[in-house]
Design a protein around this ligand. Sequence first.
Ligand code: PLP
Length: 299
Amino acid sequence: MEFIAVNFLEPGDRAVVAVHGVFGMRMANLTESMGVETRRVPFEWGKPVDRDILFAAIDEVRPKLVHVVSGETSTGVYQDMAGMADFAHQRGALFSIDCVTSLSGMPVEIDRWGVDLAFSGTQKCLGCPPGLSPVTVSERAVKSFEGRRTPVPSFYLNLKELLAYVGTGKGGARAYHHTAPVNMVYALNEALRLILEEGLEVRWQRHQSAAEYLIGQMKPLGFEPLVDASCRLHPLTTLRLPEGLDEAAVRGRLLKEDDIEVGGGLGPLAGKIWRIGLMGENARPEVVDRLVAALQRQL
Ligand SMILES: *Cc1c(COP(=O)(O)O)cnc(C)c1O
């Protein structure tokens, strides 16, 4: 997130950030703290971004960058990105997405969607230890970067230095930049190998099946999905709670006695929903069965 903010925005630039959960809000807070004129376009938490409202804000603001979260882990919404990058490009903006939770759990079509900038994390659906944040940068974004007026206010995240580090600097030269966590590079390589072995589309389907199974098993216990079936983030299911449940106490006991961590609601959804992650290896029916059995005991 910060890599995108420090390289592709400068103080005084304008950005439009769709905010329909914690992670859009985090991006808007970050760009604002850097002196970027940030237009937050708010949407109800638990609903997707409304394209027309976002496009109207882009038309009005004429930003340098538009940012939309692909999988809002705070609300369980998966965002349809079709047409968004094209619109941003027509208005002269770069289009950036947060695919931390969606990458390898649901479609993330960087090239087909025309995404300029995206960041993810190794620890969610990639099923890898935490520690690396894969990013992608389009040619259009590199051109925009080359037109910067001010130096990048970061050493570690400086795109120019990083391009030289991976051997795509001027003349294909490779230059020392920082000491990379090579243990994590091996871990990511293995995680990606496993993903290719399974097949990306099979993996997406596995995440969807696990989420649907979870919803089916939780319904008899009084939990109802928060998000409409048309835009559910399968790796992270949000459920409305049954009447009268002491939700924090039950989550506390699940963690303490059953070693199962269930996320609570955030922001306006605090105390109203649970957030259940079934990501990577956890996206399997046996994992759901274990949770449901533990929950039945606790209730
Ligand atoms: C988890 C998550 C992040 C933050 O990842 P960290 O590695 O914990 O900083 C950002 N965006 C989304 C959508 C996430 O789910």
